[in-house]
Design a protein around this ligand. Structure first.
Ligand code: NI
Length: 167
């Protein structure tokens, strides 16, 4: 097991379009294990492979209170979406920033599991929001990019300041 370094916004690698996984093999299972450990340690409720600079369509999440329900989604696709909900989001790649984003209220997702078997899942609430947020990462999109340009430039300035202090 290994902790993976998480890319920080506005790292341009976060804008990479991830490629579909062609075979769910030992390498992908190791990636899922390492991503889960990285997510729990951070701590966070979701992590996309893009955020650890691996540009394959893999994400992990666990929205349970006691961190007992790890879910891995390989090649996730949103089959349908409905409704609208507004919630505050954060991101391990955008530390310390929480902003309100509008998402679909319910989604149905199809993906492969760790054995390479397809499954479908209908989600609402936090799970639906988290899935949309992580799938966006695989498409090279970070949640702050839904905000106004003015807000985004303020966030970039704040992150640059944080980075300086961290050094
Ligand atoms: Ni994120």
């Amino acid at each position: 097991m290994a902790l993976l370094p998480i890319l920080r916004y506005p790292d341009p690698r976060l804008h990479t379009q991830a490629k579909p996984v062609t075979a769910v093999d030992a390498g992908i299972r190791q990636l899922v294990t390492d991503m889960a450990e990285t997510m729990y340690t951070a701590p966070g409720i979701g992590l996309a492979a893009t955020q650890v600079d691996v540009h394959q369509r893999v994400l992990v999440l666990d929205v349970s209170e006691d961190k007992s329900q790890l879910k891995a989604f390989i090649n996730p696709e949103i089959l349908w979406r409905e409704g609208e909900c507004v919630g505050e989001e954060g991101c391990l790649s955008v530390p310390g920033i929480y902003e309100t984003v509008t998402r679909s209220e319910r989604v149905k997702v199809r993906a492969l599991d760790m054995e390479g078997e397809p499954f479908e899942l209908e989600a609402d609430g936090l799970l639906a929001i988290c899935l949309q947020h992580e799938i966006d990462h695989l498409d090279g999109k970070v949640f702050v990019e839904y905000l106004s340009r003015l807000k985004l430039s303020r966030i970039k300035a704040r992150l640059a300041k944080q980075a300086k202090i961290a050094v």
